[in-house]
Design a protein around this ligand. Sequence first.
Ligand code: ATP
Length: 257
Amino acid sequence: MGSPLHPQPATAALLQVDDIEVVYDGSILALSGVSLAVEPGAIVALLGANGAGKSTTLKAISGLVRAERAEVTRGQVHFLGAPLARTAPSERVRQGMVHVLEGRHVFAHLSVEDNLRSGGFVQRLSRADMAASLQRVYQWFPRLKTKRSTPAGLTSGGEQQMVALGRALMTRPRLVLLDEPSMGLAPLIVEEIFEIVAQLNREQGTSFLIAEQNINVALKYATHAYVLSTGQVVAQGSAQALLAGGGLQDIYLGKHA
Ligand code: ATP
């Protein structure tokens, strides 16, 4: 039950995005009226072609839009029932939300292990917690353990994606915002990464909001999906229903209008 000190969350969703509008540079309208929800323990896909607004949606949620001279000019984002408008990106990480940016950003000159540690620093983990978290990440990504001393920039594209995801997991998130994990990777590596996502979801209850252009792999692993086109949600539903309904390719080609 709620109380004046601990009111009930306004919503049962882990993440609730209501009717947001995002403008870059004070003039470029990138999102107009995007709403979506991620329930606790869900894997939700955010689909759409190049430029549809997937990355902007994730940045609006994590607060990183500000770093790109963009602003959420309308609407609200709630995480764990609380509005985020005045919450700094670093505080959002402390609350359990982490953003893995598109393009596998790793510290190229640092070892794989130091890249992972940098995720733990954000949460100010104690030495013991840092060691325990590293071991957990190595359990999920055994490949990273064998490369722990290698500079991250010298590892393969798939391994760099694993480093980026592993570093995010060092923050012990409830929700991971994952931007195009499949980009530029061979199909087998993509499957390997999505299998790890599914395992984390099953075993840890970690929720995911995954922006993807690769419809097939995203809908294989997601429970629910939203389809964006020119900054608006043009379709949504269970992954099964979206696959059964067909027409997704048309949406990608801009034929929904
Ligand atoms: P991609 O897969 O290519 O990243 P996306 O679906 O993630 O595509 P966004 O990157 O969110 O799409 O782009 C949405 C719109 O916002 C596009 O019209 C894009 O040109 C614009 N946009 C994105 N980033 C910026 C920026 N830094 N400055 C100005 N406009 C931007």
